[in-house]
Every structure is written in C-alpha cells, then in structure tokens.
Design a protein around this ligand. Structure first.
Ligand code: 1CP
Length: 362
C-alpha cells in the first residue's frame, strides 16, 4: 500500500458506510450505488409534529438555533423517521448577520426581520471580528449531532451565499424580488462590494468552524441568485462563490462543497465550471435531460423533485420519482427536492417518497 492510500483511509474512516459521502468523493468512473442517496432541503421543520413540539419548548426560532441540545434533536428527528442518507445542521442562513451585529428577529407567523442596511454608515456598524460568540453555539450543535448520528449518515453544514444573505440584510426582510439589494448594488457599488467581501470572509470562517466541529460536507444556499442579470450574477454570485470554494479548500481540500444557485437556468453550467463545486443543487425548473447532458458530466447533480408534487402525493409523485431516477441513473445523482419542503406536507408523503426512490432503483 502506498503512503498516499494509507493516509487517505486514515483520514476517512467509515466512509464506505456512508453512501452520500462516498458518492461525493468517489471518482466518476467508480461504480454507482443501486439507488441514489437521498435527503431533503428543510427536512427538519414545521411539517413534522415532533419539530413543532421542540420549537414550542425553545421559545423563539433563534433560541432553537442557538440551543445545541434542541438544535441537535431537531436535526436528527427526520433521520429517525425516514433514514435519510444525510442530516443537515439545524440553523439558518441569517445566523451570519446576527453574528455580525445586525440583530435578527423572527416574529410569529412572519418571516425574519432585521434593521435594514441602507448605506456605508450602517455597514460600518457591522463587526466581523466578534462572530465566534454566536458561531460557537452552532459549532457545539455540530459536535453534538456528530456524536448522536448513525455511522452511515453524513452530516451537512451550511451557510447562505453572500448575495442571498445580503438581500435580507439590505431589505431587512424577504421580498418578492429582493429589489432593495439589487438597487444598492447599482447605486452604491462600493458599499455593496464591501458587504459581499465581508460575507465571503465570514462564510469561509463559519464553514471552516463547522467542518472543524464535525461537518463532513457543506452546502451554500444561493436561493436568490436568479433575480440577477448574467453580468450581475458573475459579480455577486459566481465570483464570491469561487472565493469561498478556494478559501475553504486551503484548509479542507477533501471536504465536498455543494452549491445551490437556485433557478439560474443556463448559468448553472458556468457556475459549475468556474467554482468546481463537488455537487450542484438543481431547482425544479431545470429539465432533467439538460441536467443529464450538461451538468452530470461535470459534477454530481442533486435534485429536483417539485415540493408541490410531494405535498400532493399519489401516483403522479411515483411516476415523477421514476422519471427523475431513470433519467439521471447513468451518472452521479443525489435525490432531493428542487427547493425546501413545504410546511403543509403530510409526513406520510415523505415516507412514501423514500419508498418510491428505493423501489424505483430496484
Ligand atoms: O418557525 C419556524 O420554525 C421557522 C421556519 C424556519 C426553519 C425551519 C426558518 C425561518 N429557517 C428554518 C431552518 C432552515 N433554514 C434550515 C435548516 C435545515 C434544514 O434544511 O432542515 C436551512 C438550511 C435554512 C436555510 C434558509 N433560511 C434559506 C435558504 C434555503 C431556502 O429555503 O431558500 C433561506 C432563504 C432562509 C431564510 C429564512 N429563514 C426562515 C424563513 C421563513 C426564511 C425565508 C424568509 C423569506 O424569504 O421570506
């Protein structure tokens, strides 16, 4: 055995027990698993009665995010129920602005609220030097999850991509088209660039901390990338993601990175080529044949079942699961939704989905 092989097996114990991690780290020519590994975006959440129970106990949503015992519990709930191949850390992308000093509130029945960032003076009040006070709760959660998770389950850490996080920081809330951040990017390019740069550096630190605490894969959510023109996409989404990937790989070259530039259509290809992400999250609108022909030769594809179809259930769900698996089974594929699970989804539909996936692959 060569020195290199010895080192690799010492670094990655149990990897052969972890179908999700194996798929992300194997060579393109290695044999494929008999069925695609599966997990679901927002798999821990309000559609599960056991989540709602813990959420009540925790008080506010951020209290849940910063309580390692409870956050670990809700992370593991969907694994117990469904045996997904991966668990995703329970937290939120808005922990980052909270850690930078732009405090975040979640009001009941409404989305997140922050004091909007309007100009250079607001930006100057952010403090990137003191984020560990908040991040350490998350790292403790990761450590706890790791000790409680079954050996075969991979733990995913995550953060929001700089542009998506910036849209909430500038508007102070979710909006239908995230116009406030797009306006700031045109009107005060220097300030917006400073904000993105701060988020790039903080995201690298934060993901690095999650990996040091035990995350085995990371996903970067760019849920709002699709509101930008192609040139703006290059500047605010692509280039920052290249810096995050390069920055992280300096410390953790072996840890797979999944990018999710939601709904960017043909720009997906450029994103994969330029960032070198180990897998790409595909939204529901991306044609399966296009994913197969344009993306799968370059990277692992993840997706892309319509969350509304999962909410609906029934024979159409089964047919679509079959078609997704048949179309993508010639290459590397992780089964997932095209976006987060909807909170009204009956938990039985999710159990059925997992059955369909395993049956479709035979
Ligand atoms: O009341 C509650 O319990 C709050 C609902 C909730 C949950 C369950 C929020 C508020 N965040 C989360 C958890 C969460 N958020 C996870 C946990 C892990 C898992 O997937 O199981 C993750 C990965 C996120 C990521 C996230 N938060 C994104 C990116 C992914 C996506 O869905 O596009 C975004 C945009 C957010 C912001 C956010 N947090 C919460 C809400 C309701 C929103 C959207 C706000 C809006 O745009 O109006």
């Amino acid at each position: 055995m060569t020195g290199e092989q010895t080192e690799k097996s010492a670094e990655q114990p149990n990897q052969h027990h972890k179908p999700f991690l194996s798929l992300l780290t194997q060579k393109e020519t290695d044999p494929l698993p008999s069925s695609p590994p599966v997990w679901m975006m927002r798999q821990a959440g309000r559609y599960l009665p056991e989540y709602r129970e813990v959420r009540k106990q925790a008080g506010g949503f951020l209290n849940l995010c910063y309580n390692p015992e409870l956050a670990a519990e809700v992370t593991i709930q969907p694994i117990r129920r469904y045996g997904f191949d991966a668990a995703i850390l329970f937290s939120d992308i808005l922990v980052v602005p909270d850690a930078l000093g732009q405090s975040v509130r979640f009001e009941t029945g409404e989305g997140p609220r922050l004091d909007p960032l309007a100009n250079a003076a607001d930006l100057a009040r952010l403090d990137p030097s003191n984020t560990d006070k908040i991040f350490s709760h998350v790292y403790e959660t990761v450590d706890r999850i790791k000790s409680e998770l079954p050996d075969e389950t991979t733990l995913i850490g995550f953060c929001g991509a700089p542009f998506t996080v910036a849209t909430y920081m500038v508007a102070g809330r979710g909006t239908p088209d995230q116009a406030p951040a797009r306006m700031m990017a045109y009107r005060d390019r220097d300030s917006f660039q400073k904000l993105i740069d701060m988020l790039v550096d903080t995201s690298i630190d934060y993901l690095r901390g999650q990996i040091d605490a035990g995350a085995e894969v990371v996903q970067v959510f760019d849920s709002w990338a699709s509101v930008l023109s192609d040139d703006e996409f290059d500047q605010w989404c692509l280039e920052p993601m290249v810096r995050i990937c390069n920055g992280l790989r300096q410390y953790h070259p072996q840890v797979p990175i999944i990018g999710f530039p939601r709904a960017v259509g043909p720009l997906y290809r450029r994103y994969v080529e330029k960032t070198g992400v180990n897998a790409v999250g595909c939204d529901t609108s991306l044609p399966l044949e296009w994913m197969r022909d344009e993306l799968q030769p370059l990277t692992v594809v993840q997706g892309n079942l319509d969350p509304i179809l999962l909410l609906n259930g029934g024979p159409q769900l089964e047919q679509r699961v079959k078609r997704i698996i048949e179309t993508l089974s010639g290459g590397r594929h992780i089964f997932n939704l095209g976006h987060g699970i909807i909170k009204e989804t009956p938990p039985e539909h999710v159990a059925q989905l997992v059955e369909y996936i395993r049956a479709a692959a035979g």
